[in-house]
Write a protein that binds this ligand. Structure first.
Ligand code: AMP
Length: 210
């Protein structure tokens, strides 16, 4: 099963992707995580992406399309995958089609801008393993410490409030048109983000299974 998770920054795509991985046993591919790891390791791609990501802009299409091409060619993707954060523009969606990748469903998680801004301000990530937490909705067992690896929990640079506005603008301008793109293909399923993560997960599973 080949899936795409669509939604504004802070809509909970990463969290829902983790639940999908557990239930359906397919890998999640997060372009955001791949880019952050590349920035941390100062690779050539990371150096190209850094200024875009840190100012809340999208990384150029050719860079992310290259990342996805390489990643989808790996063995663990042959039995299915979930794309979290890709595609984010019409040219990216078109490139995926041109690669001959068949997508079964696109799960669009709808959350309004005000909720997104509130949620992102409480988001924390592990500086070591990138696991994601929230000060209210997904607390670690110990404040400021990652449950999985004991790493320090920090705020992503692009989660700082000045950058979030730019990311939301980019989402509305460049990513939202994908709803129409996939709706025309008859594979768009919209789920409304709920206050409780588990309630959203139930709706996401329902959309995948129906
Ligand atoms: P995310 O963790 O998915 O919110 O991604 C963090 C940042 O990585 C975004 O704000 C972009 O700068 C960059 N990024 C991730 N995925 C893409 C994509 N598909 N296209 C362009 N930029 C991306």
């Amino acid at each position: 099963m080949n899936l795409i998770l669509l939604g504004a920054p802070g809509a909970g795509k990463g969290t829902q992707a983790e639940k999908i991985v557990e239930k359906y046993n397919i890998p999640a591919i997060s372009t955001g995580n791949i880019i952050r790891a590349a920035i941390k390791n100062s690779t050539e791609m990371g150096l190209k992406a850094k200024s875009f990501t840190e100012s809340g802009q999208l990384v150029p299409d050719d860079v992310v399309i290259g990342i996805i091409k390489e990643r989808l060619a790996e063995n663990d993707c042959q039995a299915g995958f979930i794309l979290d954060g890709f595609p984010r523009t019409i040219p990216q969606a078109q490139a995926l089609k041109d690669m001959g990748v068949n997508i079964d469903k696109v799960i669009n998680i709808e959350v309004d801008d005000e909720t997104v801004i509130n949620r992102i301000s409480g988001r924390r990530v592990c500086a070591k393993c990138s696991n994601s937490y929230h000060l209210i909705y997904k607390k670690p067992k110990l404040d400021g410490v990652c449950d999985s690896c004991g790493g320090e929990l920090v705020q992503r640079k692009d989660d700082e409030s000045a950058t979030v506005k730019a990311r939301l603008d980019e989402y509305h301008r460049l990513t939202e048109p994908l709803k129409d793109f996939y709706s025309k293909e008859g594979i768009l399923k919209t789920v409304y983000g709920q206050e409780k993560v588990s309630d959203t997960t139930a709706l996401v599973f329902q959309a995948i299974d129906e």
